[in-house]
Ligand binder design. Structure first.
Ligand SMILES: [Zn+2]
Length: 76
């Protein structure tokens, strides 16, 4: 399992920041976590489902982009 903060990645021309248009794949709430699989696929999760699935999705090469800190009012 690897977790990255907002490290710079030039592979994509879109910003990494998650927006209100990004929706949790499990429940449709606003997504605060993006999971990039080693295969190149992506999953989006709200904070709740991100934490719930974090133990399941821990394959080597999986990258978690976590913006759930934005929910806690700036802490961390
Ligand atoms: Zn969810």
């Amino acid at each position: 399992m690897a977790t990255v903060e907002a490290t710079e990645t030039a592979n994509e021309d879109r910003p990494q920041t998650l927006t209100a248009f990004d929706r949790c794949d499990s429940c449709g709430a606003q997504a605060y976590m993006r999971v990039t699989m080693a295969s190149g696929g992506e999953l989006l999760f709200c904070a709740h489902h991100g934490n719930k699935n974090r133990d399941k999705i821990n394959a080597p090469g999986t990258v978690w982009y976590d913006e759930s800190y934005r929910l806690s009012g700036g802490q961390g």
